[in-house]
Design a binder for this molecule. Structure first.
Ligand code: ATP
Ligand code: MG
Length: 415
């Protein structure tokens, strides 16, 4: 027997949901264009090494969430769990490193083997932006402003709070890491099992553990701020200043770390309380070491990704598409005439539905079910007069309209 379910954690996007996804994606794409982000698409799968080292062997993503397989040629491939590494790979593969700054927007499916929950899927979709080659704070401000503008346009900015932190430069981060490990090691026995493992491999990650016991221990952990170099502090101040100047409110969250290993300096998340535990809708930061780590030149980077599913759940019902007109034959006529007329109306930009089969009553019923604004009735008598009967399906009024005026008349009705 065929398995009639989609794979766990995957879902069909039926038209109503798809409309919401489109609204999120289209809004993001057009606003990102205002900032000069050009759309890019990279393959949905890559050689596993594109993700493994850059994201970090000890991150949740690489250690337990990747869809990795061997193809028939024996290549080790992985379905992309995120798109930043793929974008950087594309920059390197296409020799674009001399053309900085580079600014990209992307939108598409990502894959992670996670426990499915509300707002958490195994195939999900992200939009995102990246700026490569700009090491200065205004780039951080610009990407955050772009994300903020998108949330505003989607009508959810007032339900999302920007949380901000800095991980400093690599030296500050290393110094802090050492202090954190020293502190956590003392409390090791009281940490959750997961955090004990993180302590070995990815200690910063303990900071955003959801476990209550861990949280109590973390509450007294050393503060990152004390380990920041002067240059890192100054960088972070400039970012904060920029956000304040353009009126973007934020809250400092010294516990905010990001799941991926490659972040430096600014990290941020827009968080909402609307979606229960899956509260992060848009998240990102600066990743100045990534390009070099992937074999390219030293090149700064900053960007974010946002989950389309989570945003789509939060937005208001998108406006419905324009109502169509429905073509209905009267009596026995050559239906090809109807098809040709429908094509002419579509040439004029009208949405046209065929009613396909049944008697007049059934076809009218179908036209109403489709939400048609008007029915175009064509029978022998209309054809003889080179006209069609237009029935206003809201008022029930109908009139004979010469074919030459039909498109204009219907356009006026449907707009
Ligand atoms: P989380 O802490 O929720 O697991 P994350 O840190 O793994 O998030 P990122 O890698 O930063 O998430 O991805 C950016 C955004 O993509 C998230 O804020 C979220 O909106 C979305 N996202 C991540 N994983 C999933 C998923 N499995 N299903 C749906 N959306 C997701
Ligand atoms: Mg995750």
């Amino acid at each position: 027997m065929l398995a009639l379910q989609p794979v766990r954690g995957c879902q069909d996007l039926l038209p109503e949901t798809m409309r919401r996804h489109r609204r999120v994606g289209d809004t993001a794409r057009s606003l990102a264009a205002l900032y000069g982000f050009a759309e890019i698409a990279t393959p949905i799968f890559e050689f596993t090494e594109v993700f493994a080292r850059p994201i970090g062997e000890h991150t949740d993503i690489v250690s337990k969430e990747m869809y990795t397989f061997r193809d028939r040629g024996g290549e080790e491939l992985t379905l992309r769990p995120e798109n930043t590494a793929g974008v950087v790979r594309a920059v390197l593969s296409n020799g674009l490193t001399q053309q900085t700054p580079l600014k990209f927007f992307y939108s598409g499916p990502m894959f992670r083997y996670e426990r499915p929950q509300k707002g958490r899927f195994r195939q999900f979709h992200q939009i995102g932006v990246e700026i490569l080659g700009v090491p200065q704070p205004p780039a951080d401000v610009e990407v955050i402003a772009c994300g903020w503008r998108i949330l505003k346009e989607l009508g959810i900015a007032d339900r999302a709070l920007l949380e901000l932190n800095t991980l400093g430069d690599p030296e500050s981060r290393a110094a802090y890491r050492e202090a954190l490990v020293a502190y956590l090691s003392v409390h090791r026995a009281h940490l959750s099992e997961d955090s004990q493992a993180r302590l070995e491999r990815n200690p910063l990650r303990v900071l955003d553990s959801k476990d209550d016991g861990d949280r109590r221990i973390v509450a007294d952990a050393p503060e990152f701020a004390r380990y920041l170099s002067d240059a890192s502090c100054e960088f972070f101040e400039k970012v904060q200043n920029g956000l304040t100047q353009i009126g973007i409110a934020y809250r400092l969250n010294p516990r905010l770390v990001r799941g991926l290993d490659y972040y430096t300096h600014t990290v941020f998340e827009f968080v909402t309380t609307d979606l229960g535990a899956q509260g992060t809708v848009l998240a990102g930061g600066r990743y100045d070491g990534l390009v070099e780590l992937m074999g390219g030149p030293a090149m700064a980077g900053v960007g974010w990704a946002a989950g389309i599913e989570r945003l789509a759940m939060m937005i208001a019902e998108p406006p419905s598409p324009p109502r169509p007109v429905a073509m209905i034959p009267v009596g026995v006529i050559d239906e090809l005439r109807l098809t040709m007329l429908a094509e002419e109306l579509r040439d004029a930009g009208l949405g046209v539905e065929m009613t396909y089969s049944g008697n007049l009553g059934r076809r009218m019923h179908r036209a109403n079910r489709l939400g048609a604004r008007a029915a175009v009735l064509l029978g022998e008598s209309e054809l003889a007069q080179n006209a069609a009967t237009v029935r206003d399906l809201d008022s029930g009024e109908q009139s004979l309209v010469p074919l030459a005026e039909l498109a204009a008349r219907l356009t006026a009705m449907c707009s």
